[in-house]
Design a protein around this ligand. Structure first.
Ligand SMILES: [Zn+2]
Length: 254
């Protein structure tokens, strides 16, 4: 797969459906690539069979949180890698607290189980950083009902930020001046009116993008029940820059 120009990052949307996959769109999953290095960010249901690259090319994973729509296909990845004639070993998984425990709960590995050799789980939170090839990752806790991370990916002077699932709490400084801001926008309408407060409205996504001076806002994780054109309109009332809707196989060079 063409991974874009040297020195740039490429974001590919593998899935963007909010909460659960549809017939045409997997749940949350993205690839971040630069200079031949590939990070798979969130492994929602449907992303494994929709991945546009060979999973054996993935160098590291980022899992924003333990909810099923963001991590279920990491189990498929484990089965593929762990029971292969050429099993993979020690792949870094940068994950919010609780993801490793959720996986262990499904797999129930005993001491010499391949689960322990396939993945190298690294719990990350406030201020933690990591490096994958030329990509620097930094993490902050997002505002969700379980531990959740927002991640900034940087190569040189270019950066993209992915929110994970989050409400409007105190996390968004990490988005400052991001070239591309991949922001969840689960809801529409007035902020503060939704029973479950741990997601953003499209308006809030637009407000954050404007306040933080991002270059390009990409809305994702929209509820499957919503008209996406309304989300675009609502975000555009508050953000003056370019706005897109994340769709399967969309690519953005940063
Ligand atoms: Zn979600």
């Amino acid at each position: 797969m063409d991974q874009g120009k040297v020195g740039t990052m490429r974001l590919t949307v593998v899935g963007s459906a909010g909460g659960y996959p549809t017939a045409n769109t997997p749940s949350s999953g993205y690839l971040v690539e630069a200079d031949g290095h590939t990070i798979w960010v969130d492994c929602g249901p449907g992303t494994y069979i929709s991945l546009p690259v060979d999973p054996w090319e993935v160098d590291a994973f980022v899992i924003s949180h333990r909810h099923v729509d963001h991590c279920a296909d990491l189990l498929a990845v484990f089965h593929a890698f762990g029971y292969s004639p050429c099993p993979r070993e020690s792949i870094p998984v940068y994950a919010a607290p609780g993801v490793n425990e959720a996986m262990v709960g499904f797999v129930e590995p005993d001491d010499d189980h391949p689960f322990w050799s396939v993945f190298d789980f690294i719990e990350v939170g406030d201020g933690d950083t990591a490096t994958v090839g030329p990509i620097t990752l930094s993490f902050v806790p997002a505002d969700h009902s379980v531990p959740d991370i927002a991640t900034r990916f940087t190569v040189g002077d270019k950066s993209l930020v992915y929110t994970g699932d989050t409400g409007p709490g105190e996390w968004d400084e990490i988005a400052t001046d991001a070239d591309l801001f991949l922001c969840e926008a689960s809801y529409q309408g007035e902020p503060g009116t939704h029973e479950y407060p741990f997601h953003l409205t499209a308006r809030e996504a637009g407000e954050i993008a404007q306040r933080r001076g991002v270059g390009h806002l990409v809305l994702t994780h929209l509820s499957n029940r919503l008209d996406p054109s309304v989300s675009l309109q609502e975000a555009a009332e508050f953000f003056e820059g370019e706005i897109s809707l994340a769709g399967q196989n969309d690519r953005y060079d940063v």
